[in-house]
Design a binder for this molecule. Sequence first.
Ligand code: GLY
Ligand code: MN
Ligand code: MN
Length: 441
Amino acid sequence: MTEAEALYPAHVAEMTRRYAEAADQGGFDALVIGSGVPEYHFQDDQAVPFVANPFFRQWVPLLEHPGSSLVFEIGRRPVLVVLQPADYWHQPPALPAAAIAGQFDLRVIGDAGAIDAHLPGPARRTAILGPPRQWDGLLPAAPRNPAAVVDHLHYTRACKTDWEVACIRAAAAIAAPGHHAALAAFRAGASEYDILAAFLGGCRQTEAELPYGAIVALNEHAATLHYQHRDRSARRPRDLHSLLIDAGCASRGYACDITRSYAFRDDEFAAMVADMDRMQQDLCAAVRPGLPFPDLHRQTHVMLAGLLQRWGLVRMEPADMIAAEITFAFFPHGLGHLLGLQVHDVGGHLADAAGTALQPPADFPRLRFLRSLEPGQVVTIEPGIYFIDSLLERLRADPAGAQVDWGRVEGLRRYGGIRIEDDVLVTATGGENLTRPLIGH
Ligand code: GLY
Ligand code: MN
Ligand code: MN
């Protein structure tokens, strides 16, 4: 048994506790949690890459098992039903390892229809969690994804078990050599496409296994926050200025989310990246339980305003800069988000397990991660600064725009922007950066 596997029984015990509470909150005593079924392109026999239902993945690290289910009845050992069809077109999914299977009453079926015999009986008040299409014609009276159950699970999911933290650490350990290989490719003048290939080769994951589409942005492409293309054209060294790579891996269904920004040469942009890196590490060091995340986001704007002033980009005091929404024009996204089964993990707007919604603060009405930090949460810390044409045009048209040194801004547009992102575990006394020690810079 591996070190991580030793943590799995306690994880299943915690899931048993949480899912019983969630079921009870919704007035249910049984939950059927399907892994999902393949989804096909329109009028096509080709399926999109299968991603298992996160509720199912939270229970069992079975990632390539469409049609499987976890049948949870309060007071009974959970039943894991694995669909293992005899298929000569595809390799049938493997059965779980003993350390996983041993936590469940394992049943193996060869045909999807055989699930019927393993479902809760009619005396049970049953709800279904997961993609409803898996249950067409089955359990017709069972509500699909009832809000009272989902809210509870989304809220409680923020705090990770030790097993979940081990999975995120493992994902980061997989991603680190990918980031190293990507940096070496950038230094050698590779295209975006080739930098991505280097990343995938370094971490030895397929693109479909990644928890989100990797962002590999050279030069001005870094100004698009979720830049999605893979430019194949090689550039001459003199036309290369910067790389922003936002790329994470997954392990046993859990994600990491890592961004690094690099200057191609030792110029003023390299100094800006170094300043942003110090600022990001200061923010990571500020992570502690009890801190409302919106406060840390607000603090980020203050720090960023200080940099904009120091770099000579904006001639204004930080407080005035924030009031005039100048920092927003350079940093239009949130400081971070919950991380786990999904890269943007759910429940960031929930005040409690009953589903009460938190309201964003008046000064940041679009903020989505609104909770206070708690031990066990894993959050990203990802400040940035970008030169985004549409936002800069708006700022230029604003009276406050007169305080911006537009000549300097113009000179920096070719670099696109900077984002530096690490994943931080909130501990009992502070935070632990899970990713930086592995990336090493
Ligand atoms: N990778 C997307 C994000 O950083 O939120
Ligand atoms: Mn992120
Ligand atoms: Mn990211």
